[in-house]
Design a binder for this molecule. Structure first.
Ligand SMILES: [Mn+2]
Length: 246
């Protein structure tokens, strides 16, 4: 059993250099006949609503995923807070789509995979906002809003968020975020027992053996860490992006 988890890639346009790195990962997965690939949200910096333009603007991304799926790799997409209401788009290429999380049982272990925004503690206002965004009316609205202003808004927002990301979550603050997420997964684990909890969202890469008896991984921020999480032969390893090149 082998799988990869990816989140928080924050692809901001079809010219984003990270897009080519990702395609290399998909090709590697294809060659390796990887069992499963988990896309745990915020793969794109802004992708909201079922606009077919996304399929053409990011054709290489979706086509490579489709090839991978057709070759037998199971692909699961879990919504992030930057890319959501995309069920039709992912289902069209044959991927599985999940709004909140995915649970997996392999090698005698139980895995919980999600974006992480819903597990994060001290996030009350955000969760209220998310409830509003997720109501069926907003979902329909996102689908009927014209594409081009949405795309423009996305580009502006992502520019601002890139500026933030270059200073955010560094040193002191990243330590605080790390601790908050560890506390959050400890609290979450009280509800249901898992062997592994895998999240993104924090942008702080982490591996944590909880005293509560599970292991937590956070994917971190790929553009900064240049690492993605690979599970192979019963073990997890943060693996350099460069090692997925053919
Ligand atoms: Mn996020």
């Amino acid at each position: 059993m082998a799988f990869l988890t990816l989140s928080d890639v924050h692809i901001y346009s079809d010219h984003d250099p990270i897009l080519d790195r990702l395609i290399e990962v998909f090709k590697w997965a294809h060659k390796q006949k990887l069992n499963q690939l988990f896309l745990l949200g915020d793969i794109f910096d802004l992708m909201v609503g079922e606009h077919r333009e996304y399929l053409t603007n990011y054709q290489k991304f979706f086509e490579e995923l489709r090839v991978l799926i057709n070759a037998g790799t199971e692909v699961h997409f879990v919504e992030g807070n930057h890319d959501f209401h995309l069920r039709k788009i992912y289902q069209e290429i044959g991927a599985n789509y999940h709004k909140k999380s995915y649970q997996l049982q392999v090698d005698g272990k139980k895995f919980y995979l999600a974006h992480g925004d819903e597990i994060q503690l001290e996030n009350f206002d955000y969760l209220i906002m998310k409830k509003i965004i997720n109501n069926p009316f907003c979902e329909r609205l996102a689908g009927v809003l014209p594409y081009s202003p949405l795309d423009k808004l996305g580009k502006n927002l992502s520019q601002a968020s890139r500026k933030r990301n270059s200073t955010r979550y560094q040193e002191e603050s990243s330590q605080k975020v790390k601790e908050l997420f560890r506390k959050s997964v400890d609290a979450f684990s009280q509800k249901e027992r898992f062997d592994y909890i895998i999240l993104g969202h924090s942008h702080v890469l982490d591996e944590y053996q909880s005293p509560k008896g599970f292991t937590y991984f956070n994917n971190g921020y790929v553009k900064m860490t240049q690492k993605i999480l690979l599970y192979q032969e019963g073990k997890f390893k943060f693996t350099d992006l460069s090692s997925f090149r053919e």
